[in-house]
Design a protein around this ligand. Sequence first.
Ligand SMILES: Cc1cc2nc3c(=O)[nH]c(=O)nc-3n(C[C@H](O)[C@H](O)[C@H](O)COP(=O)(O)OP(=O)(O)OC[C@H]3O[C@@H](n4cnc5c(N)ncnc54)[C@H](O)[C@@H]3O)c2cc1C
Length: 475
Amino acid sequence: MHDILSIHWFRQDLRLTDNPSLYHAALRGRVLPVYILDERNAGEYRMGGANRWWLHHSLESLIRSLHGRLALFRGDALEILPALVRSSGAAAVHWNRCYEPWRIKRDTLLKEKLREMGIAAESFNGSLLWEPRQVRKADGTPYRVYTPYFRNGCLAAEPPRIPIPKPEKLDTASPPPESLPLEALGLLPRIRWNRQLEPHWTIGENGAAGRLTTFLLHGLDGYREGRDFPSRPNVSRLSPSLHFGELSPNQVWYGAKAAGSGRDLDHFLGELGWREFSYSLLHDNPGLPKMNLQHSFDRFPWTENPEALRRWQQGMTGYPIVDAGMRELWQTGYMHNRVRMIAGSFLVKNLLLHWREGEAWFSDCLADADLAINSASWQWIAGCGADAAPYFRIFNPVLQGRKFDPDGIYTRRFVPELSGLPDRYLFSPWEAPAGLQRSSGITPGPVYPAPLTGLEASRRRALDAYNSIRKKTES
Ligand SMILES: Cc1cc2nc3c(=O)[nH]c(=O)nc-3n(C[C@H](O)[C@H](O)[C@H](O)COP(=O)(O)OP(=O)(O)OC[C@H]3O[C@@H](n4cnc5c(N)ncnc54)[C@H](O)[C@@H]3O)c2cc1C
């Protein structure tokens, strides 16, 4: 039996534990583990900089776990895998399914091609608690609103698969001679801006397991309330690991159920539900990354303002909580969820810049950048998504800062030039008396910018813009 060789194609499942495809390949016999950086089929959806940086280190860790036995390739998987099957004599190719439209298209073609060659092509669910086609309304159509999706769809369906262990015996084949060294994938940037991200993370399966344990011990209790406060330890920071599959949502789901209880647990499971919902939306609306789910927004009068966009990207809007978030993103490859919402609302509402500008910047800078979640979240923020938050819900960054960073720990960490200001003025430095601005070092000179736009005027402008599309829809 151990003469049978199967290829396990690693994709968004960079782990050995709870990996259904790898597990079943190992049961069949010897396994040739493979990773392919396929930018040919990804096209315009090729990974952004922070994703690439994370992937480099995650592969590095996986290579260590596999004692060097991971074959690496760069190019078109539709050509590489059939050629590898021929040269290695593999009888089967296994993978865990992915849900981005470009991947579905490629994987369907691949399955056909391999089956024509007489090769067993097997795919598994290793990345979602419930696959989109499992969760449907009674009439068979997809849900478009989160709460019924999660409550009536997911929670009423079969419970998620129980995690499986690492393969008991993993007999791996050596990489073929044409396998590339990791550096040849070219994932790290030439200008090493990524160095500043490195101290914030332990990347790979062990690092993810460690973050999960820390969260279950110290973050889950109090999650419901604490998750909104960016300086509290109540979020898991598991998103990049979930994106790359260094751990499965099943491990997180059942880990949380074993460790937590009550409303904190329910709320946390509900956030995992938002992840599922985003995937379901992308699956049923392949245009999600580009097209407003609510078509009335196709007429929305977005503005163009490269200077304002640049200041938002650089964390120089003059609104401290927005700037803290944008700098956290740049310095760590992550931004706390509450601050993502505040910074996102500021871009699309106060600056009236298109949500796709925000989506593109996050795609490049977030280590957890994820086509489904990022597009669904930006559409939600802009009010044009499936489960639209009312457009007129415009976050006030001053009040949000005071409420969710009341002692200013988070904001002072990322906007240190304001650290001398007392809490009272921290989120509205322009209101501080001139003498205080001078003594705390904000003035004179361009230390911290004046606000990019007035809050009240920009709020009114946003509401007018929204009313203009509503009127057109009604007339
Ligand atoms: C404008 C905007 C863009 C976003 N882009 C992304 C993105 O590209 N990738 C990404 O993973 N998340 C994205 N999110 C969702 C959310 O901000 C992150 O998932 C969360 O902050 C990750 O931190 P955590 O792991 O500590 O979360 P926790 O609070 O510990 O949650 C655990 C897990 O649940 C999931 N989750 C939590 N909140 C959400 C949510 N609102 N929507 C979907 N899933 C959620 C994530 O997988 C997360 O890792 C975005 C949110 C906004 C407002």
